[in-house]
Structures are given as structure tokens and as C-alpha cells.
Design a protein around this ligand. Structure first.
Ligand code: GLA
Length: 408
């Protein structure tokens, strides 16, 4: 079982500097940054309904090393072995009024999208190497960590006003317009704002309609740090190593169904609705849309209760809420899959496990389990025995958000 640690990222950084030096003329890079992936403890499919989420940043992340250059060319190399696409892209810095377009290779779209939407003025050219130890496409926000690492790198080239909310929103916009994924704000937010030893309760409510600029949102999106550094409990991530093809089309469908439900209920979002509102309008909703809304309204409430339970170290209650969350995602929101259900059931069979659930968008990816530290090895062995495929395990701790690394 892999026990993640900060030193993994430091080693990755050192290796990536070596790659940079080899590729870009034998000189050391001047800038090094990193941004973490995340695991969501509870609050699934609530962010785009303006509800609560409770993720933590991982010790796994994406690093970008590089230097500015004089010729107004951007040259980026990825070390990701999983991708079969070309590993290097080069394009001129977009001129004033010019626009970058998404295209091939797909990994570069996250980088291009952030460059396109970066608001702090014209950028110089640069050379950079990107590396990541977040499993790609595994539901641990490898893409948000790439976006946020890219933004952090651009901040070193041309500083912006340093506002973390703008940073998260620009990265989300990159994902919407260059990766065509209409995600919520959770992944980018936690990758920017994570804190070592803490989960982060994010209130994704936008109290007024989004204005023409992201700046208008700054008074909302409040966060609250919840300590999670008790040596007696650990967070185990289990990667199912499956990714069902549905992911792309189902996410926007769920989003639409939630908007439809809110509209029928006469609310700006499902955040404003309670179960009584939903029951009162049941006859006006299709059975499916009703169940989608039921998940979201219940999950927002569960997440608020879970944050309180974690704050008072009531892991038993927290675990129960995790299990309720999983069941609701499986039965009402229908974003789980047999592999995730198998992993959750197996984890729950072992004493010392407080709770377990699928995490992230669903249809594959990972589960997250909260358990007594001493039970971790037993749980891993039991899941390995029970799971019909091969899982990967990470024992992890909450880490900091994006960072600039000083190079010796
Ligand atoms: C994906 C999205 C997030 C969030 C989760 C589901 O990870 O990127 O914004 O909606 O799914 O909770």
C-alpha cells in the first residue's frame, strides 16, 4: 500500500528539473511550482447546486518547472507516460485579441485554457516541463491540479493580484471552455486553498447571479477549515482502476436535471430547497428528476452535518454520513458502478472502518474510506481479496494547496 508523503512531490520535482535540463539546452529551470489533486470526503454533486463540499488536498500533485524565454514561443513537455499523444507542444504567445483554441493533444488543453483566461496581462514566452503523480483520470482531480499548477506558474512569470478565488474560477473556466467539462468549483478551489492537516468545507453558494466578471463572485464562496490530523484515524483512497465511458455525457445530464428540478421548485438552485419543498412538488417532476433532486438536497444537509461531526471528532457519525452519501449516489443519483459498490461493501465489512463511499464524479475512479489507523492493513488485504479486479491503495493526509518551490 502506498503511503503518500510530501517527499514524493519533492522527488518528482527534482526528476522534472533533470528532464527540463536535458530537453531545454542544459540549463536549470528558474521556476518550480506544484498543485495538489484532491479527494472529496463528502458533498458529491453538490458544488454546481451551490451546496457544501468537504474535500481535502492530497500529497499527490502536478509540478511545472520552467523559465521565461525571449522569442514569444511557449514550449511545453509532459512526462506523463499514460498519454499516447505527442508529449511536446509549441505555439506562439497569443497576441492581444488573439485566441488559443482547444485541440490536440488533449492534455495541453488544460494548459492552453489557463493561459487564454489568465487575466494579468500579456505573458512572455516560456519553456516548461509538466509532471504529475496524481493517477490520470482516476477521479482525484489530476486535471484541476494541472490547471492550478499552470496558473501558479504563470503567476511567477507575470504576477496577478494574488486573489485565490479568481485563481480557482479562472481554472474552472479553462476546464469549461477548453476541456468542455462543465464542472463545479470544488476541485480547483481545494487545489488552490488546501491546508495541511485540514479538510476544507466550501460553501459553493453564489448569493446573486454571476456577473460579467468573476470579481463579482468574491463575496460568496466562503470556506472553513476543519482539522483532520488525529493520528488515530486515516483516510484510505482505493482506486478501482476502472473508468466507464459514460462519464462525459452523464455529468452534464445530471447538471441539467438539477437545474430543471430547481426551476420547477421555483428556486434559484437546489441549495435553496428543502425536502418539504421537494415533496410538495413531487407530482410536477419526473420520477428520475425527483430522485436526482432528493440526492442533492439530502447530500447538502449531510455535508453540513459531517463537517460538524469531523470538527468534534465524531468519526462514527461522520462514517455513517459517508455511507448514506454513497447509497444516495448509487440509488438516487445513479453515478456509482458495480466496482465502486464492491469496494465500499468490502471496506465496511472490517471493524475499525467508520465509513466508505465513492468520491468524485463517479462511474469509476476511487472510493474514500475513513478508518482507525490500526485497521488500514487489514482493510487493504480484505478489499484485495474481495475485489474482482486489481485496486490501488493510497494512505494519505491532508496537504497544502498550490505552492511555489524555491530552487537551490
Ligand atoms: C467532478 C467535478 C466537481 C464535482 C464532482 C462531483 O469532480 O469536477 O466539480 O462536481 O465531480 O462532486
Amino acid at each position: 500500500m502506498e503511503r503518500t508523503s510530501e517527499s514524493d512531490l519533492v522527488s518528482l520535482l527534482a526528476a522534472t528539473r533533470g528532464v527540463y535540463k536535458r530537453i531545454f539546452g542544459g540549463v536549470d529551470p528558474k521556476i518550480a511550482v506544484s498543485a495538489p489533486g484532491r479527494v472529496n470526503l463528502i458533498g458529491e454533486h453538490t458544488d454546481y447546486n451551490q451546496g457544501f463540499v468537504l474535500p481535502m488536498a492530497l500529497q499527490m500533485g502536478t509540478v511545472v518547472v520552467g523559465s521565461p524565454r525571449e522569442d514569444r514561443i511557449i514550449s511545453i513537455v509532459t512526462t506523463a507516460e499514460e498519454t499516447e499523444e505527442p508529449k511536446r507542444v509549441e505555439f506562439p504567445v497569443p497576441m492581444e485579441g488573439g485566441a488559443l483554441e482547444p485541440g490536440e493533444p488533449r492534455w495541453a488543453n488544460y494548459v492552453k485554457g489557463v493561459i487564454q483566461h489568465y487575466e494579468a496581462g500579456p505573458l512572455p514566452g516560456f519553456s516548461a516541463v509538466i509532471a504529475s503523480n496524481v493517477p490520470l483520470g482516476g477521479g482525484l482531480s489530476s486535471s484541476a491540479s494541472l490547471e492550478v499548477a499552470t496558473y501558479t506558474f504563470l503567476q511567477q512569470l507575470r504576477p496577478d493580484d494574488g486573489d485565490p478565488v479568481t485563481k480557482a474560477l479562472v481554472c474552472q473556466k479553462a476546464e469549461h471552455t477548453f476541456a468542455m467539462m462543465p464542472c463545479g468549483i470544488m476541485d480547483q478551489f481545494i487545489s488552490v486553498m488546501g491546508k495541511e492537516g485540514h479538510a476544507l468545507l466550501i460553501d459553493c453558494r453564489i448569493p446573486f447571479r454571476a456577473g460579467p466578471t468573476v470579481k463579482r463572485l468574491l463575496r460568496s464562496l466562503e470556506t472553513h477549515l476543519v482539522p483532520l490530523s488525529d493520528p488515530n484515524v486515516v483516510v484510505l483512497i482505493t482506486n478501482s482502476n476502472v473508468r466507464h465511458i459514460l462519464t462525459g455525457s452523464e455529468y452534464p445530464t445530471r447538471r441539467r436535471q438539477c437545474e430543471e428540478a430547481a426551476k420547477v421548485l421555483g428556486k434559484a438552485s437546489l441549495r435553496e430547497a428543502n425536502m418539504a419543498d421537494l415533496e410538495a412538488s413531487k407530482a410536477l417532476l419526473s420520477e428520475e428528476v425527483y430522485r436526482r433532486a432528493k440526492h442533492v438536497i439530502g447530500e447538502i444537509e449531510r455535508t453540513a452535518r459531517a463537517a460538524e461531526a469531523l470538527q468534534s471528532k465524531d468519526y462514527k457519525i461522520f462514517g455513517q454520513l459517508m455511507v448514506e452519501s454513497h447509497n444516495s449516489l448509487r440509488d438516487d443519483y445513479e453515478v456509482s458502478c458495480p466496482e465502486l459498490d464492491e469496494l465500499v461493501s468490502a471496506a465496511l465489512e472490517i471493524p475499525g472502518v467508520y465509513g466508505s463511499r465513492m468520491t468524485g464524479g463517479g462511474f469509476g475512479g476511487c472510493t474514500v474510506t475513513l478508518l482507525e489507523s490500526g485497521a488500514a492493513e487489514k482493510v487493504r488485504r480484505h478489499i484485495e481479496e474481495k475485489y474482482s479486479r486489481t485496486a490501488t491503495f493510497y494512505l494519505t493526509q491532508p496537504s497544502d494547496g498550490a505552492k511555489v518551490h524555491r530552487l537551490p
